[in-house]
Design a protein around this ligand. Structure first.
Ligand code: AHR
Length: 521
């Protein structure tokens, strides 16, 4: 799609007029959004979140308990719930991650004081008191208006245990599990759609061979029943980055009627990860490296989708990227194994680029979950006791929510390059969609660290009437929000668009992310 200009260039006769430098740049950067050619919907579920029992993700981040001084509703902190509601979280994955394959759901359903304690061996070896369990998680989903996505235990669990959990959650009649649920205070069955059968079963979820996991998956998934009209969307524990064999073997061996989705994990890991520096301390080369790695997501999605296409040409099975995001070294001075990292403008680019890429794969990618919502990895929210801040990544999710369930619009983009040393990448990246309210959304970013760029944008098949926009940028790439300065990086109104003859001229400052909404005539 993006290369159409390269193909056409040899055919275009360029008049022999000397162009001034700004004119040359304008001629070079061009975006055409095909407003009348949309085919696929960008599922809102690619804007999903992930909250694992890891570090301060659940405890303190979400759950403070009913007796806390931090304002809460039934133990769930109000500030966090309000902030998450504002970005329209479509689904929330829980309880892990690696934790999912050692979690035993029955430990988290009785009166809290009676719940057994366990060691969270994956994450810091801390005591997990199970005070946040099934009922609390589903109350959180209710308060957020989000769909639960539960990942159940294959690695250290049994078929019976998983099957019972589904019955406990979703069966409305009389049965041992439904009766137990009622005893624990929940009369009506919940509606649960998204159901993960294990997590990273090639690694922390049991170190299995794909052939073995595929057999186990068939067995576990068989006994995850659909009760009444509750229909589970069963998701197999998938691959990571370039482990294509895992995807191939699962697609070949899992019975298609048992699998609705296949997961994939992709983390953008910073090349300086081993230096153990704060995620706020990096130079331009490190930033460039992170942006380039974030862009590689496209290559991985294409390769895994190509394998899936061979077995599932009708694209019935969704690719579910249920863990993605920037993974930096843990913040110095914080507890090891808690994966707490600060979040800068650099991370906002990882989020915006990844979301743009998911949009382009909308036909196969039906769901994605950033890792992780609060206080862990690329969090959208950070907390410190009663204080809460929204990260630059949060603001991307806020600006980008206009794309949720919108129609993906094809585009052609010609961008100048951002060159650093021997390396180069496109400076401009885009995505377009047509929202249900009739507006065209254009997200456009300039990843160049120092250069402001002008671009001409044509809306083909529509004529722009009115434009509004928002921008996320800052004075430096490592700008971030702190508990003392919570609004250092925040979205603002964008006034860099002018319109003439139906064409938009957009001036995008260096290192900035812009979302433009176009009202059509
Ligand atoms: O998100 C942190 C961890 O990364 C998850 O628990 C695991 O699935 C992945 O390796």
């Amino acid at each position: 799609m993006k290369n159409i200009f390269n193909l056409l260039m040899p055919l275009i006769t360029i008049p022999a007029i000397a162009l001034s430098q700004p004119d040359k740049e304008r001629a070079m950067n061009k975006l055409i959004i095909h407003a009348d050619l949309g085919k696929h919907t960008i599922s809102r579920h690619i804007y999903g979140q992930f909250s694992e029992h890891l570090g301060r993700g659940v405890y303190e981040g979400i759950w403070v308990g009913k007796n806390s001084d931090i304002p809460n509703t039934r133990g769930l902190r109000n500030d966090v719930v309000q902030a998450l509601k504002k970005i329209n979280v479509p689904n929330l994955r829980w309880p892990g991650g690696c934790f999912a394959d050692e979690y035993h759901w029955r430990d988290g359903i009785e009166t809290p004081a009676d719940r057994p304690k366990m060691i969270n061996t994956h994450w810091g070896g801390v005591v997990e008191d199970n005070s946040f369990g099934t009922h609390e998680f589903l109350d959180l989903c209710k308060q957020l208006g989000t769909e639960p996505y539960i990942t159940a235990n294959v690695g250290s669990g049994t078929v019976e245990e998983m099957s019972d959990w589904v019955e406990y959650l979703t069966f409305d009649g009389t049965s041992p599990m439904a009766d137990l649920r009622r005893q624990n205070g929940q009369e009506d069955a919940w509606r649960i759609k998204y159901w993960g059968v294990g997590n990273e079963n090639w690694g922390c979820g049991g170190n299995m061979r794909p052939e073995y996991y595929a057999d186990l998956y068939n067995r576990f998934a068989t006994y995850c029943r659909n009760y009444g009209d509750n229909k589970l969307y069963k998701i197999a524990g998938g691959s990571y980055s370039d482990n294509y064999n895992w995807t191939e073997v699962l697609m070949k061996n899992i019975k298609p009627h048992l699998m609705d989705g296949l997961s994939l994990h992709y983390y953008t890991i910073n090349k300086d990860w081993n230096d153990k520096r704060s995620a706020t301390e990096f130079d331009e080369a490190s930033y460039f490296d992170v942006v380039r790695k974030a862009l590689q997501l496209d290559k991985y999605l294409t390769a895994h989708s190509t394998i899936m296409d061979r077995y599932d040409p009708e694209k019935k099975i969704g690719l579910v990227v249920d863990e993605w995001g920037a993974w930096h070294a843990e913040e110095p001075g914080t507890k090891r194994g808690f994966l707490y990292q600060q979040n800068t403008l650099r991370d906002a680019f990882v989020a915006a680029l990844s979301l743009n890429i998911f949009h382009q794969h909308a036909e196969r990618v039906r769901m994605a979950n950033i890792a992780q919502t609060i206080n862990v990895l690329q969090a959208v929210i950070l907390t410190q006791k009663e204080k809460m801040i929204l990260t630059p990544t949060y603001h991307v999710f806020d600006m980008y929510q206009v794309h949720q369930d919108a129609l993906l619009l094809p585009y052609d983009l010609k961008s100048e390059e951002y060159v650093l040393g021997e390396d180069k990448i496109d400076a401009l990246h885009a995505s377009g969609s047509l929202a249900k309210d009739g507006k065209v959304n254009i997200s456009l970013m300039n990843v160049h660290a120092t250069k402001s760029i002008e671009i001409e944008c044509e809306l083909r098949g529509a004529r722009a009437k009115k434009i509004t926009g928002r921008i996320l940028t800052a004075s430096s790439l490592n700008a971030h929000n702190t508990f003392d300065n919570p609004n250092n990086v925040t979205a603002a109104e964008f006034n860099g668009v002018t319109m003439s003859n139906g064409m938009l001229q957009i001036k995008i400052p260096a290192k900035s992310i812009v979302v433009i909404r176009v009202e059509r005539e």
